[in-house]
Design a protein around this ligand. Structure first.
Ligand SMILES: Cc1cc2nc3c(=O)[nH]c(=O)nc-3n(C[C@H](O)[C@H](O)[C@H](O)COP(=O)(O)OP(=O)(O)OC[C@H]3O[C@@H](n4cnc5c(N)ncnc54)[C@H](O)[C@@H]3O)c2cc1C
Length: 357
């Protein structure tokens, strides 16, 4: 028998943290509400590079969910969702329990794209989920070896700069230009930092597959080694495509500006797991969806009209350089230095503080 709720929040992503905070501080909608999360804490990805660089402690980068849920009068169910049936408005968790609800809200983030692999000589470590990544990273750190990173976005650059001094050799492979889509000046600054830290950068080098201990770009062998860290962009969780929800060609849930699924209006989806024109797969978009989602969930439970979310045109990017500094990208301008590092720290710690009630 399935346990029934008025609303199930699935995943403690950035937007759901904002929703819980708002309900704790302002007003909670009526009804029985629960949050489903694989673990008792939510990690804040913006601080992960600082954690790897030894600038933060693990507990600085986490939000404790129990306190937040208690304050918002929301039940916390610690279990990862394994399948979702859109038709039945029901989820099944790893231990076989099922939960159903009148309204569902998904904020489950995404996994990491992985190239095809033949043979097992190369160990792969995906940067998400963070718990698994950090355990794997600790094992690697016990015996440092040469390593490659796959990815050309902000996360890959920050990770490379955070760990460059902790491994004997580091190579970074990206399919196109490094930091594509960000200001050209930022790319040049990032390349300068990577060069200084002796990271070998290969741009325009898409990795097609892994064969034993070798990375291939098409037919060209480009790197030999046994450790590959994956920061190669978001991959949708497979259970979303099997849920019966309308998804885009990559398996992310297609949503309307109200953040409702196009095919199942009683389900909302936000952050990296959702597909909405103009909203990029980045924490800052998920954070901004929070207030609109909080409003719309409340309105939905009360039978009132919903609001539309409009993705912001410009976002501030601050990339940690692993030495306490950061690079800034804002409206086509770039800058860098220790001042921006302190600013990033202030904003990151502010995010954690806001959600510790
Ligand atoms: C190293 C690194 C640094 C980054 N730095 C930044 C940055 O500085 N700024 C920025 O904007 N973006 C940054 N990003 C990108 C950012 O992490 C994501 O875009 C952002 O976390 C997406 O937010 P979200 O709310 O969609 O999901 P997430 O923050 O990923 O949260 C998803 C939640 O869902 C939970 N979940 C997952 N699967 C299940 C399941 N089956 N059942 C239940 N719950 C589940 C997870 O435990 C997690 O709590 C970075 C990414 C990385 C890898």
């Amino acid at each position: 028998m399935s346990t029934h709720y008025d609303l199930l929040l699935i995943g403690a992503g950035h937007a759901h943290l904002g929703v819980l905070r708002r309900w704790a501080l302002v007003e909670r909608p009526p009804g029985r509400i629960a949050l489903l999360s694989p673990g008792p804490v939510a990690w804040y990805s913006g601080m992960l590079p600082g954690l790897l660089a030894g600038r933060h402690r693990a507990e600085d980068c986490q939000v404790e969910l129990l306190a937040l849920c208690r304050a918002a009068k929301v039940e916390l169910i610690i279990a990862p969702v394994e399948s979702l049936s859109a038709a039945q408005q029901q989820v099944q968790v790893a231990d076989g329990r099922t939960f159903s609800a009148r309204w569902l809200s998904l904020n489950v983030g995404a996994g990491i794209r992985t190239p095809a692999q033949q043979g097992s000589a190369m160990q792969l470590l995906a940067v998400k989920p963070f718990d698994d990544f950090l355990q794997g990273w600790q094992r690697w750190q016990a015996q440092p070896e040469p390593m490659a990173i796959l990815g050309g976005g902000a996360a890959a650059v920050e990770l490379a700069l955070a760990v460059a001094d902790k491994v004997p050799q580091l190579a970074l492979f990206c399919a196109g230009h490094l930091l594509d889509g960000l200001t050209p000046g930022l790319r040049l600054r990032a390349l300068g930092h990577l060069r200084q830290r002796r990271v070998q950068v290969r741009e325009d080098c898409p990795i097609s597959h892994i064969n034993d201990d070798c990375l291939f770009s098409g037919t060209e062998p480009v790197w030999r080694g046994t450790r590959l860290l994956l920061a190669s962009g978001a991959a949708a969780w497979p259970w979303l495509a099997h849920s019966g929800l309308g998804c885009d060609e990559q398996g992310f849930v297609l949503v309307a500006p109200t953040l409702q699924s196009y095919t199942q209006p009683s389900l909302f989806a936000v952050g990296d797991c959702a597909s909405l024109p103009g909203a990029r797969k980045s924490g800052v978009y998920a954070v901004r969806q929070g207030p609109v989602l909080a409003f719309n969930l409340q309105a939905a439970l009360r039978g009132q009209p919903l609001k539309a979310y409009r993705p912001q045109r410009h976002t501030l990017a601050l990339l940690a350089t692993g030495d306490g500094g950061a690079l800034l990208d804002w409206h086509g301008h770039s800058a860098g230095g220790q001042f921006y590092g302190r600013w990033k720290d202030f904003l990151d710690r502010g995010f954690i503080r806001r959600h510790r009630l």
